[in-house]
Design a protein. Structure first.
Length: 319
C-alpha cells in the first residue's frame, strides 16, 4: 500500500499539478489511514484490498470519536476517493468503496469581507522605507488589486508583470494560468519595493532578473505562503479591520467589485473559478451588505429586535 501511496502522490504532483500543500494533505491523510489499518490485529500487512467499505467507515467513526471537525472528515473522504480513482486509472484496483461513504454535510458560512474603509486602512498600514515595509505594502496591494490566492502570489516572477499594460500572470490550481489586471497603486508599490535601498543596490532580498520571484525572503529565496499569511495577519491586527488571512483580501476584492456593478462572469474569470456557482456566493455577501445599509438609512425600514436582522437569520437557517 505504501508503494501505491507514493505513486499517487507523484501522479498528483507531476500529472495533475497539485500544489505542495495539497500534496502534503493527501500524504498526511493516507499515512493516517495506513496507521489505522496497522493497528487492526486482523491486518498484519496493510494492502490496498484492506481498504474495504467497512474499514473506511470504522476509520471515519474513529476520527469522529476523536472530535475531528466535519470539514476534516469531508477532506479525508475526498482524499480516499481521489486515491481510489487513481488506483482504478492505473489498474491497481477496480472498486471504489469510498464513493459509498456519505460526505459529512458542511455549513457554508459567508466569507469574511473587509469594508472599503478597512481595506484602505490596511493598505496604508506598512510605513517606512525599509525593505520589510516596502515588501508588505506591495504584498497587500497586490493581493487586494488582483484577488490572487496566496499560492498564486508567491509564485509570481518578475517577468509575470506587464508594467506597460497593467497586467499580471497568475498560475492557479492545476497549473492553469490567467492574466488579470493589476491597479496603478499596486504597480507603484511593486516598483518601490523592487528599487534598491541605496545606490549600491545592497539589498539581498530584492529580486533580480525576469525569472526571479517577486517576493523574496531575507536570503533572497522565494517567500512562502505561510510568511505572507503572517505579514497580512500582523498588519491587519494593527488596523481597524482586525486580524485576517490573505484569502480575506481575495473575498474583499470580489465583493467590492460586485458592489460597484462588475459582472459576475467577469469576476469569475478574474478569480480563476472553474464554476460560476463558486463565484455566486459573493452575491449573498453583497446582498447582506445592501440590506444592512437600507435598514440603517431608510426612514421606513424596520429596525430593532423584531426587524430584518431577526427575519434574515430565520430565513438563512431555513434555507
Amino acid at each position: 500500500m505504501e508503494d501505491a501511496i507514493r505513486a499517487f502522490l507523484t501522479f498528483m504532483e507531476v500529472q495533475r499539478g497539485a500544489s505542495p500543500e495539497t500534496i502534503r494533505n493527501y500524504g498526511s491523510d493516507l499515512q493516517q489511514i495506513l496507521r489505522f489499518l496497522r493497528g487492526d490485529q486482523a491486518i498484519p500487512v496493510p494492502r490496498v484490498a484492506s481498504l474495504t467499505l467497512e474499514r473506511i467507515r470504522a476509520y471515519l467513526a474513529w476520527l469522529d470519536r476523536r472530535g475531528e471537525k466535519a470539514s476534516t472528515l469531508a477532506r479525508k473522504v475526498a482524499t480516499l476517493r481521489s486515491f481510489f480513482r487513481f488506483l482504478a486509472h492505473t489498474g491497481r484496483q477496480v472498486d471504489n468503496p469510498a464513493v459509498l461513504v456519505r460526505t459529512p454535510k458542511l455549513p457554508r458560512p459567508l466569507p469574511k469581507v473587509l469594508s472599503k474603509d478597512d481595506a484602505t486602512a490596511l493598505m496604508d498600514g506598512p510605513q517606512g522605507v525599509g525593505v520589510e515595509a516596502r515588501r508588505a505594502r506591495a504584498i497587500l496591494e497586490t493581493l487586494y488589486s488582483t484577488g490572487a490566492r496566496v499560492s498564486e502570489l508567491v509564485a509570481v516572477d518578475v517577468g509575470d508583470i506587464d508594467w506597460q499594460n497593467g497586467l499580471i500572470r497568475l498560475s492557479g490550481k492545476g497549473r492553469r494560468q490567467r492574466i488579470v489586471p493589476i491597479g496603478d497603486m499596486a504597480l507603484e508599490a511593486l516598483r518601490i519595493y523592487l528599487r534598491p535601498r541605496d545606490a549600491g543596490g545592497g539589498d539581498r532580498s530584492r529580486p533580480r532578473g525576469v525569472g526571479a520571484p517577486i517576493f523574496c525572503n531575507q536570503r533572497g529565496g522565494r517567500l512562502t505562503a505561510r510568511s505572507v499569511a503572517r505579514i497580512v495577519s500582523r498588519y491587519s491586527a494593527a488596523s481597524s479591520g482586525g486580524r485576517i488571512s490573505p484569502h480575506t483580501l481575495r473575498h474583499s476584492f470580489a465583493t467590492h467589485l460586485l458592489d460597484e456593478g462588475a459582472d459576475l462572469r467577469a469576476i469569475q474569470e478574474l478569480l480563476g473559478h472553474a464554476a460560476l456557482a463558486t463565484t455566486q456566493r459573493y452575491t449573498h455577501v453583497a446582498t447582506d451588505q445592501l440590506l444592512a445599509v437600507y435598514d440603517r438609512a431608510h426612514p421606513r425600514a424596520i429596525r430593532g429586535s423584531g426587524g430584518r436582522g431577526a427575519g434574515a437569520k430565520t430565513t438563512s437557517e431555513e434555507t
